[in-house]
Design a protein around this ligand. Structure first.
Ligand SMILES: Nc1ncnc2c1ncn2[C@@H]1O[C@H](COP(=O)(O)OP(=O)(O)OP(=O)(O)O)[C@@H](O)[C@H]1O
Ligand SMILES: [Mg+2]
Length: 596
């Protein structure tokens, strides 16, 4: 027994202190840097404790079935050897052990798959709903590919970590302990020899893991580069075609792929080498065990039944130790993959969304009161400086100015896409943050020059967010937006799919759909940010006064659109320099006239 303890201590030592090969960092990449990630992954699993409990119960019952199998088989063999014959009771016990093992193993697997699926759904949803509420600056700072990778790669990893850990690792740990103890009890001397496999296995595994982790980090970076290359090429396919840069892109992609392939080959080669070393050691130990058991059998210390049980156990303990070796590291790496996810979930949007006001009637009177604003990405450059102007209810007001004068920024403040650094934006005399978030966005609606549509039908795009709107309202909005003609001309009419980002429609058609979407909400304030700057001038003037929006704020560079407005506000480098009717401003021969 003392020798057994020595073997166990050797195993522990090997586990605790890996001999780090030269050139590999002390803390290998991929090993969790934030213990919080593992704790939070486990806390997430705790939310599904019912499923987890059922899975663990099945695991325990399956383990009982699995360990009793070899024991009963050995007993039956001894009974045959002693000439007593096989009793129906013995056969029943073998069958019962097998059936318990099979039945509960299946249930265990099923429960763990269910657990993983539920975790995936919860975490994906939580992350998504958290992200859609983040400030716009957050999205400017994080590449879309990185956010996508969280959903497609990291969330599944985190969600599989705990179920995998509990299923495979816990099972293997219990089995290795139970089976290991049984082996020591059956034949202590043989057990010592067999358990020698542990320290050797652990040592080779530690060396291999340290090497693999640094290679895998390079592999991850290479894959990310390949993926983002593909994404960029697809997004910029028109530019690539225009400059006939296809071959260059192909070359770049094949270079990226070749680099990935080289790394993959290295990883696989090292894996093959270490597996070979491990297997050779395993084989040598097994030969020793067989040699020794032959001696013990010959001298009558053990029976053939005991030997069979022992060998069956040895096989099992080997596979469980294998799972423990490979799985534990995998578990930690996967659980720690969530570091970014938890960071995102901890991030709170800065905008105040606690407003509650929902007045039944809105006049649509907008006031900018000494508003100043600077983009966080460029704090040196104030974009709006002490801006004060009014957009009167029921009127069409145009915001005019050179490129970069701050028109779209003012619009973003009115839409509450951003909040002013100082000063206030008021709607009917009430600061915007006091309005309820959804109410405000139903009442103040923006149409941009190149509006974004979602993949789906035209109907879905126009009714976006308004599930119970009537057909007549839809028709009215589409007619006012001038979208009816082209919708009726389409083979599938309202049910035509617009494609990704509305790509199957012409730019003008996309704008009509976006305008119809805005008008359907009967907005108190309709903002048209350069939405009327190309296409038919007559239609542009009509859209200023559809009768479906009470107040209109239009940003435009088109003289005829500006002349059709009731009032103009002229911006220059972020400051208001002139206000008045188009006729007044033309007469004044000031900033507005210079602009024209
Ligand atoms: N996200 C951003 N981060 C930093 N600076 C920005 C950002 N968006 C705009 N700016 C800067 O703010 C200034 C005003 O931009 P804005 O888009 O409001 O101009 P604009 O009057 O709408 O111009 P245009 O007529 O070309 O649409 C510009 O100098 C621009 O560079
Ligand atoms: Mg603009």
């Amino acid at each position: 027994l003392r020798v057994t303890h020595a073997a166990a201590a050797l195993a522990l030592l090997a586990w605790a202190s890996p001999p780090a090969p030269s050139g590999v960092p002390e803390t290998p990449v991929g090993v969790p840097k934030a213990p919080g990630s593992v704790r939070r992954a486990l806390a997430l699993v705790w939310e599904e404790r019912n499923v987890l409990g059922a899975a663990l119960l099945c695991l325990l019952l399956a383990a009982i079935g699995e360990t009793s199998g070899p024991y009963v088989t050995g007993k039956v063999l001894d009974a045959i050897g002693s000439g007593n014959g096989v009793t129906s009771g013995a056969i029943g016990m073998v069958a019962a052990a097998g059936a318990t093992s099979v039945l509960f193993s299946g249930c265990r697997g099923g429960f763990f798959i269910l657990l993983k699926a539920r975790l995936h759904q919860t975490l994906s949803l939580r992350l998504f709903s958290h992200l859609v509420h983040q400030d716009l600056d957050f999205f400017q700072g994080v590449p879309a590919a990185e956010l996508l990778a969280q959903f497609s790669m990291e969330v599944p990893k985190v969600c599989s970590a705990a179920p995998y850990g509990a299923n495979q690792l816990l099972r293997s740990l219990v089995m290795a302990l139970v089976v290991g103890t049984s082996m020591v009890r059956l034949a202590p001397g043989l057990a010592v020899l067999a358990l020698l496999e542990l320290p050797f296995g652990i040592t080779t595994h530690r060396i291999q893991t340290a090497r693999k982790q640094s290679l895998q980090q390079s592999m991850m970076e290479a894959s990310a580069r390949t993926a983002s290359g593909v994404q960029e090429s697809v997004a910029a396919i028109e530019t690539i075609r225009i400059f006939s840069a296809e071959e260059e892109e192909e070359k770049q992609h094949s270079w990226n792929l070749a680099k990935e392939l080289r790394l993959k080959e290295r990883i696989e080669l090292e894996l093959a080498f270490f597996t070979l070393v491990h297997r050779m050691l395993q084989l040598a130990i097994r030969v020793l065990v067989l040699f020794r058991s032959h001696q013990l059998l010959r001298d009558g210390y053990i029976t053939p039944g005991v030997l069979v049980t022992f060998l069956l156990y040895q096989d099992r303990v080997g596979s469980h130790v294998q799972v423990l070796l490979y799985g534990f590291n995998q578990f930690l790496t996967n659980a720690a993959a969530g570091q970014k996810i938890w960071e995102y979930l901890d991030r709170e949007p800065t905008g105040d969304v606690r407003g509650t006001r929902e007045p039944p009637e809105l006049q649509g009177h907008v006031t900018f009161q000494k508003v100043s604003f600077t983009y966080p990405g460029n704090p040196e450059h104030p974009v709006l400086k002490d801006v004060t102007f009014e957009v009167r209810s029921g009127e069409v007001t145009a915001l005019v100015g050179h490129n970069g004068s701050g028109k779209s920024t003012a619009v973003a403040l009115l839409e509450r896409l951003r909040d002013p650094g100082s000063g206030k934006v008021l709607l009917d005399g009430i600061p915007l943050p006091e309005y309820e978030h959804q109410y405000l966005h139903r009442k103040v609606v923006l149409v941009e020059q190149d509006p974004v549509l979602f993949s789906g039908t035209i109907r879905e795009n126009i009714a976006l967010g308004l599930e119970h709107c009537k057909e007549s309202e839809l028709q009215e909005a589409a007619t006012a937006a001038g979208a009816m003609d082209f919708i009726q001309g389409l083979e599938q009419g309202w049910d035509t799919e617009v494609g990704e980002r509305g790509g199957r429609l012409a730019a003008g058609e996309r704008r009509c759909v976006a305008l119809a979407r805005a008008l359907l909400r009967r907005p108190a304030v309709l903002i048209l940010d350069e939405a009327l700057d190309d296409g038919d001038e007559g239609a542009a003037q009509r859209w200023l006064r559809t009768g479906l929006a009470r107040t209109v704020l239009v940003v435009s560079h088109r003289p005829r659109v500006l002349d059709a407005a009731d009032r103009l506000v002229v911006l220059e480098r972020g400051a208001v320099v002139e206000t008045g009717t188009p006729a007044e401003l033309r007469e004044r021969c000031g900033a507005y006239s210079r602009l024209l």
